[in-house]
Design a protein around this ligand. Structure first.
Ligand code: AMP
Ligand code: MN
Ligand code: MN
Ligand code: MN
Length: 282
């Protein structure tokens, strides 16, 4: 945030309705304490945080923008698409989230089965306990693996069991990128390609992804994700997205107060030559 700006947008964050550690109300309060004026809670594949967060935001005068982070696939790779400023009651997005819940529950069964074959029992119950009624994902399996002493920490859990190519990485369960972008558009929202630098793509592939995303109705790309991105990376992404005519978004990808590189409200500001995504709904 520059000293002159009165607004501070953070358009990517997680509550304990997915794999974050704060409740929706706590997240709204922490965002405000961190200087955020406009927040989107973008839990993985669920809208569950929004009602509670909306009333908390109204109480404290923070502007909440409806959000979700959909898991999907593009050319058989996992990518994430954030939906913003949609009608959260629209049947298209409600049905989308319901579909994702079924996929994640089936996937959790498959992950548990695979771990069981490796001699690690009770993983489903353990992960469900960690998810505590929220949308289940690999981080909850990681928590179970740590708490049951199978691994020393989260990193090790991903490195040995849950990361790309490991037993707990179940392939090809997600819908296509174009499909989730359509759910968001149908619900009058804006589809944003999340953290494009996290997919380990070559430059050629990255440009192809941008092109396909635009072709699928995607309107914006996260130019900044978190606060440990270099200025050079940001400038480079800004140039690429401007070539494609995208709007730019930014967010912390906040999960938990302990993670300094994902601190609420610290990702910005957007470069001056980028059209802010919030122009699309403000
Ligand atoms: P899922 O959506 O269930 O596939 O889980 C992916 C989530 O796990 C991401 O959103 C991150 O929050 C977390 N995650 C992914 N990779 C790692 C890693 N290597 N270490 C810790 N957390 C990770
Ligand atoms: Mn996550
Ligand atoms: Mn993501
Ligand atoms: Mn995220």
């Amino acid at each position: 945030m520059t000293s002159a700006s009165l607004t501070n947008y953070d358009l990517h964050s997680h509550s304990n309705c997915s794999d974050g550690s704060l409740s929706p109300v706590e997240l709204v309060q922490a965002a405000q304490a961190g200087g955020v004026t406009h927040l989107a809670i973008t839990d993985h594949d669920t809208l569950d945080a929004l009602p509670e967060a909306n009333s908390a935001a109204a109480t404290c005068g923070l502007t909440l923008i409806n959000g979700i982070e959909f898991s999907c696939q593009w050319q058989k790779r996992g990518v994430h698409v954030v939906g913003l400023a949609f009608d959260a009651q629209h049947p298209a997005i409600v049905a989308g989230a319901k579909h994702m819940l079924a996929i994640r529950q089936e996937r959790a069964l498959q992950i548990a089965e695979k771990l069981n074959k490796l001699g690690i029992g009770n993983a489903l119950a353990g992960a469900q306990k960690a998810a505590n009624g929220g949308m289940i994902g690999r981080p909850h399996f990681a928590q179970f693996l740590v708490e049951s002493g199978v691994v020393k920490n989260f990193n090790q859990a991903f490195k040995r069991y849950l990361g790309t190519g490991k037993a707990g990485d179940v392939k090809h369960q997600w819908p296509e990128m174009a499909e989730v972008a359509q759910w968001i558009k149908d619900a009058d929202g804006v589809a944003v390609l999340a953290h494009p630098l996290k997919y380990s793509l070559t430059r050629t592939k990255l440009k192809q992804l941008f092109q396909d995303f635009a072709g699928s109705g995607g309107q914006a790309v996260e130019v900044i994700s978190g606060n440990d991105q270099t200025a050079q990376q940001t400038r480079d992404l800004a140039k690429l997205i401007n070539q494609q005519g995208f709007y730019g978004s930014l967010g912390s990808d906040f999960h938990s107060p302990g993670m300094a590189w994902q601190a609420l409200g610290r990702a910005g500001p957007l470069p001056d030559d980028v059209e802010p995504v919030w122009q699309l709904w403000s």
